[in-house]
Design a protein around this ligand. Structure first.
Ligand code: CAA
Length: 283
């Protein structure tokens, strides 16, 4: 695959990870977010990750420098001469719809528009554009540089050409793409989030402590992180947003978000990123 020009919209933990992997795979990355400071923070995270790999002897210094040189901060979403835009903004429908309208307007006609959404309908996002055939889901897992999976989600209008392009790119980026149809939560979060929600119910109902629930799943099921540690890692606001999409999308009460999850989000206890969720984090 020829090196591409890729816009990554959203420089948070997912967007920064996607930008890093794309740049390490030889592509030019235009990194955008609402404010320049957020882009700078994203680039600082990428620099730190690459630095750590160099220190461990897993990456040559020149490779780090070349990857960083391929990433440009792009504060304005206008006239983007790109082959692909990957949207990795907050998991909020109105925000994503507005971004897709903008990307459709400002990206070159050839560009594919991909969303890293964890649960929102790709068909709906495609409907906000004049190029629904070139809109697709490209759902990376967190932490992006480490996790091998990319769910590739076809909206009902997504063309075969767009699917093939995305599938090939994911492989070229060293990931394993899995084709998934456009239903709420796709596969990853349809299976993962009800487990996390149930773990929260177990705490809410006093069945066991946070630590005990996590220990059961780590030692009993060999999960690398317990579900509540993982919820803090994903972000409790994102967990709630995904449960809402499952609940609304299927209209099935088995997906009702746990009231304790709602309460934590209302309190601003969003997990690692705010220093407090089911656990507290220093620094
Ligand atoms: N960014 C980049 N690299 C990271 C990282 C990060 N945030 N965190 C860890 N790493 C790297 C480390 O540098 C290390 O790399 P090397 O092997 O090259 O040295 C490697 O990952 C292992 O890290 P550690 O030894 O520090 O820690 P660990 O062995 O406990 O692994 C983990 C950390 C990979 C995060 C592991 O705990 C894990 O797999 N957790 C589960 C993650 C998971 O389930 N992710 C999916 C979340 S759901 C999602 O993303 C979808 C959604 O829509 C919500």
């Amino acid at each position: 695959m020829q090196p591409l020009r890729i816009a990554v919209v959203g420089a948070g933990q997912m967007g920064a990870g996607i930008a890093q992997v794309a740049a390490q795979s030889g592509h030019t990355v235009l990194l955008n977010d609402r404010e320049p400071a957020l882009i700078e923070r994203g680039i600082a995270t990428i620099r730190k990750n690459l630095e750590r790999a160099v220190e461990k002897g897993k990456l040559a210094g020149e490779v780090r420098d070349a990857a960083l040189a391929r990433i440009a901060a792009t504060p304005a979403l206008e006239a983007l001469d790109v082959d692909l835009a990957i949207e990795a903004a907050t998991e909020h429908l109105k925000t994503k719809l507005a971004l897709f309208q903008t990307l459709d307007r400002v990206c070159a006609p050839r560009a594919v528009l991909a969303s890293n959404t964890s649960s929102i309908s790709i068909t709906l996002l495609g409907g906000a554009t004049q190029r629904a055939d070139r809109v697709i889901g490209m759902h990376f897992m967190n932490p992006v540089p480490v996790m091998a999976l990319v769910e590739v989600i076809r909206g009902i209008v997504t063309s075969q050409e767009t699917f093939d392009f995305t599938d090939t790119l994911a492989r070229q980026m060293g990931k394993t793409p899995v084709e998934v149809r456009d239903f709420p939560g796709f596969v990853a979060n349809r299976v993962l989030l009800p487990m996390i929600n149930e773990a929260i119910y177990a705490v809410y109902e006093g069945v066991a402590s946070v630590e005990a629930v996590d220990t059961v799943m780590k030692l009993g099921m060999n999960h690398p992180m317990g579900p509540l540690t993982l919820a803090d890692f994903i972000g409790l606001d994102t967990c709630l947003a995904i449960m809402e999409v499952l609940h609304d999308g299927f209209g099935d009460s088995k997906y009702r978000p746990c009231p304790l999850l709602r309460q934590y989000v209302a309190a601003g206890w969003l997990g690692r990123k705010t220093g407090r969720g089911f656990y507290t984090y220093g620094g």
